[in-house]
Design a protein around this ligand. Structure first.
Ligand code: NAD
Ligand code: ZN
Length: 249
């Protein structure tokens, strides 16, 4: 659906009035950077396979070779992706004091690449990996290099333990960013949700901590009926217009 001037002006007003605004983003904010999401109709990865089986802790433990064959080439493409206009406008909004920070489910690191400072990556990131035996940390590229040399699963150089990425897999406990994000949500006036189907728990429950909600998502979400404003539109188009309405340069 196209983004009308009315809806953007209304969103800008709500944002300017709010004393404490946070943003919650999902895979949908990065589709315009060329990274497929899970649940979009027609293009979402979910239509081809079940991510809860392919990107899960049990997949890694039971069949690490297959886990890496499936996930590593896909994740490697995320590393080369560039932030889009929605990521960039959100970074500007933080710079102008309009938002306090971004809680993201994405592992692609695009908010940080766009210049956002306060980012809670509640499902981890692709900058590092670590040894499951001795805990030694390596840059993510270690996984890629070993995999490309035919070492699958990649191994720790110190103890030969298996390496794993620092992402939160299905069945993993949530990491410290998730708990800091919950802290940050205390007293939140407004939560702006961008590009999330709000179906992956526990993050899908976060909207209940905010007094007001704005939702920008191409498809309906379970939280739409509770939101002050909903835009079923592209995040890129919405944030291009919002930047103008907020006079951000
Ligand atoms: P999701 O796939 O469940 O939902 C994405 C939503 O975004 C969909 O409802 C879709 O309609 C909407 N959407 C797609 N493109 C859009 C656009 N350009 N503008 C506005 N809306 C758009 O995603 P989710 O809620 O984040 O949950 C999926 C899980 O998958 C998360 O845990 C995330 O960690 C992981 N994931 C991450 C990436 C990434 O890092 N970029 C990519 C795929 C999956
Ligand atoms: Zn080790």
């Amino acid at each position: 659906m196209a983004v009308t001037e009315n809806i953007v002006i209304k969103a800008a007003e709500i944002i300017k009035k709010s004393r404490k605004t946070l943003v919650l983003t999902g895979a949908g904010i990065s589709t315009e950077s060329g990274i497929p999401d899970y649940r979009s109709k027609g293009t979402g990865l979910w239509e081809k396979y079940d991510p809860t089986r392919k990107a899960s802790l049990s997949a890694l433990m039971c069949n690490p070779k297959e886990f890496y064959e499936f996930n590593l080439p896909r994740w490697s493409t995320y590393i080369d992706a560039k932030p889009n206009i929605a990521h960039r406008v959100l970074a500007l909004m933080e710079e102008h004091g309009l938002i306090e920070g971004i809680i993201t489910q994405n592992i692609d690191g695009l908010h940080i690449k766009a210049g956002s400072k306060r980012v809670w990556e509640v499902h981890g990131h692709l900058r590092t990996c670590h040894c499951m035996e001795c805990g030694k940390s390596y840059p993510f590229v270690e996984l890629k290099e070993q995999y490309e040399m035919g070492i699958n699963p990649p191994r720790c150089k110190k103890c030969s333990g298996m390496l794993r990425p620092d992402v939160v897999l299905f069945e993993d406990p949530m990491g410290k960013d998730y708990y800091s994000a919950l802290e940050a949500l205390r007293g939140c006036d407004l939560l702006i949700v961008v590009g999330s189907s709000l179906q992956v728990y526990p993050v899908a429950d976060m909207p209940r901590y905010a007094k007001k909600l704005i939702i920008i998502n191409r498809e309906p979400t379970p939280w739409d009926p509770k939101a002050a404003l909903v835009s079923h539109s592209s995040a890129g188009e919405f944030f291009t217009k919002l930047a103008k309405a907020l006079n951000l340069e």
